[in-house]
Design a protein around this ligand. Structure first.
Ligand SMILES: *Cc1c(COP(=O)(O)O)cnc(C)c1O
Ligand code: SF4
Length: 469
């Protein structure tokens, strides 16, 4: 049995890349393991501009590819920021197909027009926000966004409307951490005893100073009904050196973790590996550090075309995370935000992948594949749609506990549909007719008012800008 597993590559997840891979980048050929393994060196040498891409790669990148990135950045909603760690893991002999390049460096030749029903705030985080920086959608849990900067910027970011500074196409109200602005959120939480669970996201907790990690943790733990804190950071995946060498940050986090434990409260890390290619011995060491301290780490991946939408990659990612004692928690179907059409998959693919992953390892290490229903329906299991018109790429969702009596719609990328369906999508009347037909076929009883609201949400200007109702 075991030999067969070895033959099938079923033990590949136990091998962690441990070579000096950065030396293949001409500009970093002489960087020592001590330098590369230091979070300060990583931050200082992070790539933020196109000319840095050119200068570290030298002749390893051809000018037409640089032009392609330049054209991509002109239309992309995210700026670039990439740690040397991630940058060196990109296969620069074939950057066009590389899953890491695809996530962090957009190229115009791969980008596609947005879906007609995209929304800048697809999840209605601003709409379901009672006070600034807080989204309260579910009864007992909230999302707190104390900052909107990150150590890397992802092309697929669901919060591209606010994260990472304005670009040529999007004006953003990006904000750094500022405790004076958090008080309304804390006050709201003190006054809402039903809330037990706070996701501290953003933005990325790696960009909170140790002082702010403590300040937020202490303020929240002090609220008697708050039982669970999750600090969300992609950092474990893209800057594991911070866990290993930023002792002040780690001490701050661990102090909050221990303080929580003494109070009988959970303080955990949520991270964000999307592809097995992001995983090396550094990841293993960082995960081990958390494990040694008794900190639970969970992972949320985003399903992306050409990044992780194969059975092999999803199974390998799942097993590798489990092997590192990181719990695969969610795989998200890509949100319907702008600038990402080339990265979205069909819902059908997500359903097929979930079937292929389930059964390959322990149930508690099997991620739940979810679609976060556009318009604020919340996270739904991918196979729990009320109706799915695969021909036209329309799925209909209900969310009885979050928004009773409403329906939500998710749409597959138009370029993946048949020619006929693509034509129907090209026309405002026929696409709305398809939507109404899908709602009718869902056999879900909703009021005429709810029906009108959906049509307005889809076709109206408010949907485009994610404006408040
Ligand atoms: C995802 C999310 C949460 C946390 O949900 P879990 O399913 O418990 O991980 C809380 N609030 C909002 C608005 C969210 O989007
Ligand atoms: S780390 Fe998260 S919040 Fe930051 S850019 Fe990436 S997806 Fe967006």
């Amino acid at each position: 049995m075991l030999d067969r597993a070895r033959d099938l590559g079923e033990l590949d997840h136990r091998t962690f890349r441990n070579d000096e891979f950065w030396r293949e980048i001409p500009g970093w050929r002489d960087v020592t393991p001590q330098e590369f393994g230091n979070h300060l060196w990583q931050s200082k040498h992070s790539i933020r501009k196109l000319d840095q891409v050119q200068s570290v790669l030298g002749s390893r990148i051809c000018p037409t590819f640089i032009d392609d990135i330049a054209a991509g950045l002109k239309i992309a909603p995210m700026n670039i920021r990439i740690t040397p760690y991630v940058f060196s893991l990109i296969d620069w002999d074939n950057p066009a197909d590389d899953p890491l390049r695809k996530q962090f460096l957009p190229i115009a030749s791969q980008m596609l027009p947005d879906h007609p029903y995209y929304m800048a705030d697809s999840l209605y985080e601003d709409v379901d926000s009672p006070v600034p920086m807080l989204t309260h959608r579910y009864p007992d849990k909230v999302l707190f966004l104390p900052l909107t900067t990150c150590p890397v910027y992802c092309s697929y970011c669901t919060r591209s409307r606010i994260i990472g500074g304005s670009t040529e196409t999007v004006d953003k109200d990006t904000y750094g951490p500022n405790p004076a602005n958090w008080e309304p959120a804390f006050e709201y939480l003190r006054n809402h005893p039903q809330v037990e669970d706070v996701v501290i996201s953003g933005g990325d907790a790696f960009n909170l100073t140790p002082r702010y990690i403590r300040l937020i943790g202490e303020a929240l733990l002090e609220i008697p009904h708050i039982r669970r804190l999750r600090y969300a950071t992609k950092g474990v995946a893209i800057l594991p050196m911070k866990i290993l060498t930023d002792n002040e940050w780690m001490d701050a986090f661990l102090d909050i973790h221990r303080r929580g434990r003494k109070m009988g409260k959970q303080v955990v890390i949520h991270t964000h590996f999307s592809s097995p290619r992001e995983i090396t011995q550094y990841s293993m060491d960082a995960a081990r550090r958390f494990f040694d301290e008794g900190v639970v780490v969970r992972n949320q991946a985003v399903l992306q075309e050409g990044v992780n939408n194969s059975i092999e990659d999803m199974v390998l990612l799942t097993r590798q995370l489990a092997y590192m004692n990181i719990r695969p928690y969610y795989v998200y179907v890509h949100d319907m935000v702008p600038g990402c059409e080339h990265l979205r998959t069909t819902l059908w693919e997500a359903v097929q992948l979930e079937k292929s992953v389930r059964g390959t390892t322990a149930g508690f290490n099997t991620p739940t594949f979810v679609c976060d229903a556009p318009g604020g329906g919340g996270k739904r299991h991918v196979a729990s749609y009320e109706y799915y018109d695969r021909e036209n790429g329309i799925s209909v969702w209900s969310s009885p506990n979050v928004k009773p009596g409403e329906l939500f719609l998710y749409f597959d990328p138009v370029h993946r549909l048949s020619r006929d369906a693509q034509e129907r999508w090209g026309n405002g009347d026929s696409r709305l007719a398809m939507v109404h037909e899908a709602i009718r076929r869902s056999n879900y009883e909703i009021s005429d008012m709810a029906r009108t609201k959906i049509a307005e949400r889809l076709e109206g200007g408010a949907a485009r800008s994610g404006e408040k109702r």
